[in-house]
Design a protein around this ligand. Structure first.
Ligand SMILES: [Zn+2]
Length: 97
Protein backbone atom coordinates (compact mmCIF):
# COMPACT_ATOMS: atom_id res chain seq x y z
CA UNK A 1 0.00 0.00 0.00
CA UNK A 2 1.69 3.19 -1.18
CA UNK A 3 0.35 6.68 -0.59
CA UNK A 4 2.13 9.87 -1.69
CA UNK A 5 0.50 12.83 0.05
CA UNK A 6 2.18 15.48 -2.12
CA UNK A 7 -0.80 17.19 -3.69
CA UNK A 8 -3.58 19.45 -2.46
CA UNK A 9 -6.04 16.65 -3.30
CA UNK A 10 -4.19 14.38 -0.86
CA UNK A 11 -4.33 17.07 1.82
CA UNK A 12 -8.11 17.25 1.34
CA UNK A 13 -8.31 13.51 2.10
CA UNK A 14 -6.10 13.69 5.20
CA UNK A 15 -7.71 13.03 8.58
CA UNK A 16 -6.11 12.76 12.00
CA UNK A 17 -5.25 9.47 13.72
CA UNK A 18 -8.56 9.41 15.57
CA UNK A 19 -10.13 8.37 12.26
CA UNK A 20 -8.29 5.04 12.59
CA UNK A 21 -9.65 4.36 16.10
CA UNK A 22 -12.26 1.86 14.85
CA UNK A 23 -9.83 -0.58 13.26
CA UNK A 24 -7.12 -0.08 15.91
CA UNK A 25 -9.53 -0.50 18.83
CA UNK A 26 -10.24 -4.02 17.57
CA UNK A 27 -6.56 -4.85 17.87
CA UNK A 28 -5.53 -3.15 21.11
CA UNK A 29 -7.22 -3.51 24.49
CA UNK A 30 -6.03 -0.06 25.53
CA UNK A 31 -6.83 3.35 24.10
CA UNK A 32 -4.41 3.27 21.16
CA UNK A 33 -5.00 6.88 20.14
CA UNK A 34 -3.56 8.01 23.50
CA UNK A 35 -0.35 6.00 23.00
CA UNK A 36 2.70 8.02 21.92
CA UNK A 37 4.59 6.76 18.87
CA UNK A 38 8.17 7.73 18.03
CA UNK A 39 8.82 8.02 14.30
CA UNK A 40 11.54 5.70 13.05
CA UNK A 41 12.46 8.26 10.40
CA UNK A 42 12.81 11.57 12.23
CA UNK A 43 12.37 10.72 15.93
CA UNK A 44 9.28 12.91 16.27
CA UNK A 45 7.03 11.79 19.18
CA UNK A 46 3.30 12.05 18.51
CA UNK A 47 0.12 10.65 20.02
CA UNK A 48 -1.30 8.06 17.64
CA UNK A 49 -4.47 10.15 17.57
CA UNK A 50 -2.47 13.04 16.12
CA UNK A 51 -0.85 11.08 13.25
CA UNK A 52 -2.00 11.84 9.70
CA UNK A 53 -4.36 9.25 8.19
CA UNK A 54 -4.69 9.03 4.41
CA UNK A 55 -6.41 5.82 3.42
CA UNK A 56 -9.21 3.85 5.01
CA UNK A 57 -10.38 1.57 2.20
CA UNK A 58 -9.04 -1.65 3.77
CA UNK A 59 -7.80 -0.20 7.06
CA UNK A 60 -5.64 2.83 7.76
CA UNK A 61 -2.26 4.28 6.81
CA UNK A 62 -0.92 6.58 9.53
CA UNK A 63 1.94 8.94 8.73
CA UNK A 64 4.29 11.10 10.77
CA UNK A 65 3.16 14.74 10.80
CA UNK A 66 6.85 15.71 11.09
CA UNK A 67 8.42 13.94 8.07
CA UNK A 68 5.45 12.17 6.41
CA UNK A 69 6.99 8.69 6.83
CA UNK A 70 4.50 5.83 7.03
CA UNK A 71 4.45 4.80 10.70
CA UNK A 72 1.52 2.40 11.09
CA UNK A 73 -0.46 0.43 8.53
CA UNK A 74 -3.51 -1.43 9.81
CA UNK A 75 -5.36 -3.57 7.27
CA UNK A 76 -8.45 -5.65 7.78
CA UNK A 77 -9.01 -8.41 5.26
CA UNK A 78 -10.83 -11.74 5.43
CA UNK A 79 -11.43 -11.50 9.17
CA UNK A 80 -7.81 -10.71 10.05
CA UNK A 81 -6.32 -7.40 11.19
CA UNK A 82 -2.67 -6.99 10.23
CA UNK A 83 -0.56 -4.23 11.77
CA UNK A 84 2.71 -3.09 10.21
CA UNK A 85 4.61 -0.95 12.74
CA UNK A 86 7.98 -0.75 11.02
CA UNK A 87 7.78 3.06 10.97
CA UNK A 88 7.49 3.22 14.77
CA UNK A 89 10.70 3.21 16.80
CA UNK A 90 8.96 3.15 20.20
CA UNK A 91 5.31 2.98 21.26
CA UNK A 92 4.56 4.36 24.74
CA UNK A 93 1.28 3.25 26.30
CA UNK A 94 -0.08 5.17 29.30
CA UNK A 95 -0.65 3.00 32.37
CA UNK A 96 -4.07 3.50 33.88
CA UNK A 97 -4.62 3.53 37.62
ZN1 LIG B 1 8.90 11.46 11.19
Amino acid sequence: MTVSPDTDADADLRLDGNAAAGVLDQLFAFEITAAVATCNGCGHETAVGALDVYDQQMGAVLRCPGCDQMMLVATKLRGVIRLDMRGVRVLQVPVLG
